[in-house]
Design a protein around this ligand. Structure first.
Ligand code: SAH
Ligand code: DHB
Ligand code: MG
Length: 222
């Protein structure tokens, strides 16, 4: 199968199961116009995250890596009226684009975009005694994934679901020749998931409009 066929199947599914959505389409257009890289999740992946958060009954969601707020719109839509999404972004320009996109999508009241290095922001949330999160999406600089996990576990409760994006990256995760920091970070993240008796995890590969990649999914044991 070719990458072209993966695209065609994604289009086929998206036409039927995701549909056109002005707020999401506008968010991607505004992000492109502002010069952001199109490294947001695909539409059917965004809906997958939305469904996971719905299935989980999540009321408090944490996202690490906002970009233009595309996945944040999906996650915010999964929340009940009094739900909250906290999303962390290092690049001020990205955070500004995200805030505008979230406002245009009508979800600003549920979302707080916090600017800064996510490790610092997470430490501040911990120090401030933030309430535990029900659902966490880790999608920033993959080299820091093990450090994000350490902090996220302190901001979690039994039953918290943790999803990490981009754990495959064209197969590099399992290719010993790939020693880039981001790939090493993903490997260490997966190893820590495996070693922590408090966690149950799996990882699934995906192909589609965003190439060959995958998600790791974890639940904190109750
Ligand atoms: N979740 C988004 C995509 C995120 S792309 C979506 O699917 O729509 C990754 C984002 O993480 C980028 O915007 C990048 O600026 C941000 N990022 C990278 N390193 C970071 C760090 N150390 N702290 C906070 N954000 C970071
Ligand atoms: C990159 C980052 C992502 O979060 C993603 O989904 C795809 C690509 C990147 O940094 O290249
Ligand atoms: Mg990603």
């Amino acid at each position: 199968m070719t990458e072209q066929a993966w695209h065609a199947v994604d289009e086929w599914f998206c036409e039927r199961l995701v549909g056109a959505d002005a707020a999401l389409d506008d968010a991607l257009a505004a992000s492109a116009k502002a010069g952001l890289r199109a490294i947001n999740v695909a539409p059917n992946q965004g809906k997958f995250l939305y469904l996971l958060a719905r299935i989980q009954g999540a009321r408090r969601v944490l996202e690490i890596g906002t970009l233009g707020g595309y996945s944040a719109i999906w996650l915010a839509r999964a929340l009940p009226a009094d739900g909250t999404l906290v999303t962390l972004e290092a690049v001020a320009e990205n955070a500004a684009v995200a805030r505008a996109n979230l406002a245009a999508a009508g979800v600003s009241d549920k979302v707080t975009v916090i600017e800064g290095q996510a490790l610092d922001t997470l430490d501040r949330l911990l120090k401030d005694g933030a309430a535990p999160f029900d659902f966490v999406f880790i999608d920033a600089d993959k080299r820091n994934n093990p450090h994000y996990l350490e902090r996220v576990l302190k901001l979690a409760r039994p039953g918290t679901v943790i999803v990490a994006d981009n754990v495959v990256r064209d197969g590099r995760v399992a290719d010993p020749a790939s020693q880039e920091d981001d790939v090493v970070g993903v490997r260490r993240y997966i190893d820590r998931l495996a070693q922590d008796a408090r966690l149950e995890s799996t990882a699934v590969q995906t192909v589609g409009s965003k190439g060959w990649d995958g998600f790791a999914i974890t639940v904190v044991k109750g």
